[in-house]
Design a protein around this ligand. Structure first.
Ligand code: PLP
Length: 465
């Protein structure tokens, strides 16, 4: 090491110590153990990012194996997205969409989204993220029914293990207890189905979980009390769960039968993550509302939205009063300019097809790991959204003891080998690992990700099996 490098390393080290101490004192982190954070400071302080890699203060390089929060779909350091934001910021950085004001990128992005979404999902209400989108969808659904004279159609039904965000209604719709119960916040008009993506909606009423299914909830509460059902086409934070064939179509049919809206939460799936533009496109289902966020800008800037069908838009445009809903950043011009550029790149570079093909490679890799390790099972992949289970004995359905912390341990092994992936263990016996790299991942980089997961599983096996 030469003298300059030594000086740089010392500078970095003292900056890391300073930032860590400031972080511990002044920053409360989301979805983080606050006690641990205050004691130990940040795990990683990122200083640079390029492609699928992130660099930390010590110069260590990490592969972003989950696109951070499944959102950095174009990978890091994309200068075209940065330039789109810059160009718009020096033109009109911010303009409100309240009171009928408009600006070009917002209007153009709304039109572009309408051209991509299935069926007659043709009108967008912009938000700043996924939670706001879901709360907005709930409110717009309820408002629609009020306009139709159904004053009691207010209840939203959501699924076990669905994740819909952390604003109060989105939190209560979330079927993951630790989020749903946090702070005791409540929304009495949200009911969480006890059933997961089981086949009971497909007509099997003898299924033991039937009592917790959407249909049984509708029958119990009465259809005139229910505004909407919300589902993720593929559940993400619940542990990457792909519904059985026919499930989404069955939920669509159920909603039609009982005159209830279907809200598809496409916050993770939307804009190509699953190898098609939207998750619902795998099953040719047209929801009444679609919540979008994350992938719309590849996470470069905050943006979300709710896309609605024409019948719903027509009801709103016949209402001669104020639509008393909106966020300061609804239709943020710079965010919308980035959204437009992001979609342009996805289409120009064929990245959604690339995500689909990479998914096939990832699927082969995970099946190979399932074959190799007895404690790996249930691998599931759609495009670049993937997960697998860790079970002490998957044939007999025996989970690892809680003390093993299986998914956290495997993810930690991967971290030590320079790969960031995510563990899910929020239910007793649940140990799921999620992988969702950026769409720009090269074939050999995906191979490297699979190899690191392989090495991490081998290390875990040596310790615990
Ligand atoms: N919906 C889904 C499916 C999500 O995965 C998330 C976030 O992970 C949200 C909603 C909430 O989005 P946000 O964190 O942008 O509010």
């Amino acid at each position: 090491m030469n003298q300059n490098q030594t000086i740089m390393n010392e500078k970095n080290e003292s900056l890391a110590i300073e930032l860590s101490s400031l972080d511990r004192r002044h920053l409360l982190h989301p979805s983080t153990n606050p006690k641990l954070q205050a004691e130990t400071g940040p795990k990683l302080i990122f200083t640079g990012a390029e492609g699928i890699y992130l660099h930390d203060m010590s110069g260590q390089k990490y592969i972003d194996g989950v696109s951070m929060l499944w959102n950095v779909n174009l990978g890091h350091g994309n200068k075209e997205l940065a330039k789109a934001a810059y160009d718009q910021m020096v033109n009109v950085a911010y303009a409100s969409s309240f009171y009928g004001y408009a600006n070009e990128p917002t209007v153009r992005l709304a039109e572009k989204i309408a051209s991509l979404t299935p069926g007659d999902l043709n009108t967008v209400f912009f938000t700043s993220g996924g939670s706001e989108s879901n709360d907005t969808a709930f409110k717009l659904s309820r408002f629609y029914w009020q306009l139709q004279g159904y004053t009691e159609k207010r209840t939203i039904i959501s699924l076990k293990r669905g994740y819909h965000g952390v604003t109060v209604s989105a939190q209560r719709a979330t079927g993951i207890e630790v989020y749903r119960e946090f702070s005791g916040s409540t929304d009495p008009d949200i009911v969480n189905a006890k059933a997961h993506l089981t086949e009971c909606e497909l007509g099997d009423r003898s299924h033991p979980e039937y009592e917790g299914c959407i249909r049984s909830i509708i029958e119990k509460l009465g259809k005139d009390k229910i505004a909407a059902v919300i589902v993720e086409p593929i559940q993400g934070a619940g542990g990457v769960h792909i519904p059985p064939e026919g499930y989404l179509q069955a939920v669509r049919k159920l909603c039609d039968e009982f005159n209830i809206h279907l809200i598809a939460d496409e916050v993770i799936c939307g804009f190509g993550r699953t190898g098609k533009m939207f998750g619902v496109d795998h099953w040719d289902v047209v929801p009444d509302f679609m919540s979008i966020a994350k992938g719309i800008t590849s996470g470069y800037i905050q943006l979300g939205g709710v896309v609605m069908r024409e019948k719903i838009r027509d009801a709103f445009t016949s209402y001669d009063g104020m639509l008393a809903h909106g966020f300061t950043y609804s239709g943020h011009p710079a965010a919308c300019a980035v959204g437009l550029k992001n979609i342009e790149i996805l289409e120009r570079d064929g990245l959604i097809e690339k995500a689909r093909k990479l998914g096939e490679q990832l699927e082969k890799g995970l099946l190979y790991l399932e074959d190799k390790y007895e404690f790996v099972s249930g691998s599931r992949v759609k495009g670049l959204l993937a997960g697998f289970d860790l079970m002490k004995d998957s044939d007999k359905n025996i989970p690892f003891e809680e003390s093993v912390k299986a998914s956290v341990s495997v993810v930690d092994e991967a971290y030590q080998r320079g790969l960031l992936i995510r563990p899910f263990d929020f239910e007793p016996g649940m140990n799921i690992v999620a992988i969702a790299p950026p769409f720009i991942t090269a074939d050999n980089e995906l191979e490297r990700i699979i190899n690191i997961v392989d090495d991490s599983l081998a290390a875990f096996s040596r310790k615990f099996m």
